[in-house]
Design a protein around this ligand. Structure first.
Ligand code: CP
Length: 302
């Protein structure tokens, strides 16, 4: 049976740990010809820098070939071809499909239609599971554990698919505590809070974080996603509500790391970049090794 990665919950805790182990192996030895003779399609119906390029780097380092598009305007979707037909066609050509799409549920639909495995590279504000696995790899590398961590999630927790996937994955580990910092209109959706309550996992909600940030093990900043707002005035009201500045890290734990899936706009001041607690650029590099690991696991290469 084929294996897809659409929601982070499609993988078990054991699979998360296997991906972490494989990612470390690929970090030590990134160039392995495991995909020789294979063709991978990257279909990006929404803009991307890191996800597409790190998947394509991962595929290249594994010796595979890449087909696809970075801009749906260059595909026959502009002529009215349905997602169903696009996926049917591409699965004739490729051994694996990596897809980003603006609609929640589009990736699950593609996986149902496709005879070859599908990896969700982000579907609207729903899920971004490969980002979560690279976030977990970054947390494990910097904290030495995925247990007993106090995780601060800051910014757009409503539309931020990365925080949705990350809280679900981290809930599989021992005693996580979540602190959600968001303006009222961008609060963590109720379904994720119900998910945590049903698992007996502690979470707290705040409107500001300067006074409490010293308790954090991980500060996970997010961008307010302009493209998800139907009302531009509402975006203007919340776009710069939280800005992390260097002096806010002065009394934080020595081991704390600042993560961000990127791109950032204003939410992390550039004066943080040279702070040893800033980890977001290394986090993006970890995406290559983690995506090599995800592809290897899905295609049973290792
Ligand atoms: N983190 C992330 O998804 O970045 P891109 O939108 O550049 O792919």
């Amino acid at each position: 049976m084929k294996k897809d990665l659409i929601s982070i919950t499609d993988f078990s805790k054991e699979e998360y740990l296997k991906i972490m182990k494989l990612a470390a192996e690929f970090e030590a030895n990134p160039n392995q010809e495991l995909l020789k003779g294979k063709v991978i399609a990257t279909l990006f119906f929404e803009p991307s820098t890191r996800t597409r390029l790190s998947f394509e780097t991962a595929i290249s380092r594994l010796g595979g070939r890449i087909i696809g598009f970075a801009d749906p305007d260059s595909s026959s979707a502009t002529k009215g071809e349905t997602l169903h037909d696009t996926i049917k066609m591409v699965s004739n050509y490729a051994d694996l499909i990596v897809m980003r799409h603006p609609l929640e549920g589009a990736a699950r639909y593609a996986a149902e239609v496709s005879p070859v495995p599908v990896i969700n590279a982000g579907d609207g504000s729903n899920q971004h599971p490969s980002q979560t696995l690279l976030d977990m790899y970054s947390i494990l590398k910097t904290q030495g554990t995925l247990d007993n961590l106090n995780i601060f999630m800051v910014g757009d927790l409503k539309y931020g698919r990365t925080v949705h996937s990350l809280l679900m994955a981290m809930s599989e580990f021992e005693n996580p505590v979540f602190n959600f910092i968001a303006p009222t209109v961008l609060e963590m959706p109720e379904e994720y809070k119900i998910f945590l309550r049903e698992k007996g996992i502690k979470y707290y909600e705040h409107k500001e974080f300067t006074a409490i940030v010293n308790a954090a093990d991980i500060i996970y900043m997010t961008r307010v996603q302009k493209e998800r707002f139907s009302d531009p005035i509402e975006y203007e009201q919340v776009k710069n509500v939280y800005i992390l500045r260097n002096d806010m890290l002065d009394n934080t734990k020595p081991t704390v790391k600042v993560l961000h899936p990127l791109p950032r706009v204003n939410e992390i001041h550039t004066d943080v970049d040279s702070n040893e607690k800033a980890y977001y650029f290394e986090q993006a590099r970890n995406g290559v090794y983690t995506r090599e690991a995800i592809i290897s696991h899905i295609m049973n290469l290792k």
